[in-house]
Design a binder for this molecule. Structure first.
Ligand SMILES: Cc1ncc(C[n+]2csc(CCOP(=O)(O)OP(=O)(O)O)c2C)c(N)n1
Length: 513
C-alpha cells in the first residue's frame, strides 16, 4: 500500500496488518505514481490510499496516467464519518464517487459499513481484469469500527477471479492465413506485449513470418513491445496520422499487437493507412478495439493470441528484412547534447537495467541510443502527464529490487513529483537519477515551431537547480559536464546502494538520434 495519511484515513491504518507494507509518499500525485510503477513492474494489484477530497484532487493527473498505462490500482480514500456526511462536516468528500470519474473503471462508496470488505474485493478484482486500470473506493472513517460477519468477509476476500480470454480460433486462423498470404506484411509492437508476458512469443512470430517490426508511437508506449536491438526492428512509429501512414507505405498488411490504433499526437492529418493496406489489431481492451478509426480487431489476451497465431502461421519463405543499423555516432560538443549523454549511458548501463523515462525532448534519442532489448526494461507515461517518471521509478525499484533502475528526467519534468526524492531515500531505493538540464521546456519550443506559434511565454527555466533540491531530500547529487565525466558519474551512481543523482547541462533543443 502506497499512501499519504490524513485524519480520515487513520482508522483504516490502525493495527496495520503485518503482511502489508506501507510506503509513504509526501503528496498524492507521488503516491499514485509510485503505486503505478510498482503495479506495472510487479504485475500485482496495488493499493494507493489517499486523503479525502483534496488528496484525490492532488492525485488526478497521476490517476489519468495510471489508466493510460493499464495499471491495476485499487485507489482508496478516507471520507467523513457517515453521521456527518449529510451535513457536510469538514473534510466531507461530498460527491466522492463522481470525483475520480472518468479516469477509473469503477467508483464506489459502500452503502453500509458491513459492505466494506466486499467493496474492496470488488475494486481489487476489477482493477486486475482486462483492460487493467484503477478503481476507486471511498471509505467513511467510522466504518472501521463496525462489526462484520467474519464468514461473509472471508468469502469476499478469499476469492480468485481470472480474466485472460483466448481469441476466437476462427479469427486467429483467418489472421494467420492473411499474414502468410500478404506480400509485404509488417508488425507493430505495443506495450501490452510486455505487460502480458508475450515478449518471446512476439519475437518467435516475427522471425517465423520474417516481419519487419515498428514500435507503436512513443506517445502511448508505457512499455516496449519488442527488443530494439533485434535485426528486424525498424524504429519507433511517429505519433501523428499522416506520418504513420507514410511510414507504413508499401505494406499490404499491418498487424498491431498490444497497442491502441494509435496514440496519435499532434494532429497532422493524412490518410490513416497507405493505399491498399489492411490493418488487424490484437488488444485485450474492448474500448481500444472499438474506437480504432480503421482496421479489424481481435479482443483477447495479447500473449494467448500471439501464441495461437504463432502456432497457426507457417514458416514464411519471404526474405528476412534488412538488418537494422546501429545507433548513429554523435560527436561530443560543449555543452553536451542529450544524444551524447544517452550514448554515454548506453556504455555503462547494465544488461538487466530498467530505464524510466521522462525527458520529453530526448525520448527518441534515448530509445535509439539504448536499444533496450529485455522485457520489463522500460517504463514511460502513456498518459503524457508529467510527474510519472520520478515517482514511478521509486515504485519500480521497490518491485524489482535486484535490477538497477535508471530514471532519466528533464529538469522541468522532475518538478511534478519532486517529493518522491524523499521516498527514494526513506525506503533506500538505489535509483540512479539522470537529470538533463537544458534550462527550458525544449519539447514545447519544438511544438511551438510545428504549430507555427510565436511569442508564447513560460518556455524558459533559468537557474532550476535539481541537484541542490535533491540534496535537500537526502539524495547524493553530482554535477557532470564532459562525456567521460558523465559516464564516470553514472557508473558510480549505478554501483551505489543508495539513490544518487547526476545532473548534466545539455544544449537546448530536440535530440532525435
Ligand atoms: C502534468 C503536465 N503538465 C504540463 C505538461 C506539458 N508539458 C509537456 S512537456 C513539458 C516540458 C518538460 O520539460 P523538461 O522536463 O525540462 O523537458 P524538455 O522538454 O526540456 O526535454 C511540459 C510542461 C504535461 N505534459 N503534463
Amino acid at each position: 500500500m502506497f499512501g499519504n495519511p490524513g485524519s480520515t484515513e487513520l482508522p483504516m491504518l490502525a493495527d496495520f496488518p503485518g503482511d502489508f507494507r506501507y510506503v509513504l509518499g509526501l503528496q498524492e500525485a507521488v503516491v499514485v505514481g509510485m503505486a503505478d510503477g510498482f503495479a506495472q513492474a510487479s504485475g500485482r494489484t496495488t493499493i494507493a490510499n489517499l486523503h479525502t477530497a483534496p488528496g484525490v484532487g492532488n492525485a488526478m493527473g497521476a490517476i489519468f496516467n495510471a489508466q493510460a498505462n493499464h495499471s491495476p490500482l485499487l485507489i482508496t480514500a478516507g471520507q467523513q464519518a457517515r453521521a456527518q456526511i449529510t451535513l457536510q462536516a469538514n473534510l466531507t468528500n461530498r460527491d466522492a464517487t463522481r470525483m475520480p470519474h472518468p479516469l477509473v473503471k469503477w467508483a464506489y462508496e459502500p452503502a453500509r459499513a458491513e459492505d466494506v470488505p466486499l467493496a474492496l474485493a470488488h475494486g481489487a478484482h476489477l482493477a486486475s481484469l482486462p483492460p487493467k486500470g484503477p478503481t476507486f473506493v471511498s471509505l467513511p472513517m467510522d466504518d472501521w469500527y463496525a462489526e462484520v460477519d467474519e464468514a461473509d468477509a472471508r468469502h469476499a476476500v478469499e476469492r480468485t477471479v481470472s480474466g485472460r480470454a483466448t481469441a476466437d480460433p476462427e479469427a486467429v486462423r483467418t489472421l494467420a492465413q492473411r499474414l502468410d498470404a500478404a506480400t509485404n506484411p509488417v508488425f507493430v509492437a505495443g506495450p501490452d506485449i510486455d505487460a502480458s508476458g508475450a515478449w518471446e512469443t512476439a519475437i518467435a512470430l516475427v522471425e517465423r513470418q520474417r516481419l519487419p517490426v515498428w514500435a507503436s508511437p512513443a506517445t502511448g508506449g508505457n512499455r516496449l513491445g519488442f527488443p530494439e536491438g533485434h535485426p528486424n526492428f525498424r524504429g519507433v512509429l511517429p505519433p501523428a496520422i499522416g506520418p504513420v501512414g507514410q511510414t507504413l507505405e508499401g505494406h499490404d498488411l499491418i498487424v498491431v499487437a498490444g497497442s491502441s490504433v494509435f496514440p496519435y499526437y499532434p494532429y497532422i492529418p493524412g490518410p490513416l493507412l497507405p493505399e491498399g493496406a489492411k490493418l488487424v489489431a490484437i488488444t485485450s481492451d474492448p474500448d481500444e478495439a472499438s474506437r480504432a478509426p480503421m482496421g479489424d480487431a481481435i479482443v483477447a489476451d495479447v500473449k494467448l493470441t500471439l501464441e495461437a497465431l504463432l502456432e497457426a502461421a507457417p514458416e514464411s519463405s519471404r526474405p528476412s528484412p534488412e538488418p537494422n543499423q546501429p545507433p548513429q555516432e554523435i560527436p561530443a560538443a560543449d555543452p553536451l547534447n542529450s544524444s551524447t549523454v544517452h550514448s554515454a549511458l548506453a556504455e555503462v548501463l547494465p544488461e538487466d537495467a530498467i530505464v524510466v523515462l521522462e525527458s520529453p525532448s530526448s525520448t527518441l534519442a534515448l530509445r535509439n541510443q539504448l536499444r533496450l532489448s529485455r522485457p520489463g526494461s522500460y517504463y514511460f507515461s502513456a498518459g503524457g502527464g508529467l510527474g510519472f517518471g520520478l515517482a514511478a521509478s521509486v515504485g519500480i525499484q521497490l518491485a524489482q529490487p535486484d535490477r538497477p533502475v535508471v530514471c532519466v528526467l528533464g529538469e522541468g519534468s522532475a518538478q511534478y513529483a519532486i517529493t518522491a526524492f524523499w521516498s527514494a531515500v526513506a525506503y533506500k531505493t538505489p535509483v540512479t537519477f539522470l537529470v538533463l538540464r537544458n534550462s527550458e521546456y525544449a519539447i514545447l519550443k519544438w511544438f511551438a515551431e510545428v504549430e507555427q506559434i510565436s511569442g508564447a511565454p513560460g518556455l524558459d527555466l533559468p537557474a532550476l537547480d535539481v541537484a541542490a533540491v535533491a540534496e535537500g531530500y537526502g539524495v547524493k547529487a553530482h554535477r557532470a559536464g564532459g562525456r567521460d565525466e558523465v559516464r564516470g558519474a553514472l557508473a558510480g551512481a549505478l554501483a551505489s546502494s543508495a539513490p544518487e543523482l547526476v545532473e548534466v547541462p545539455v544544449a537546448p533543443g530536440m535530440a532525435l538520434f
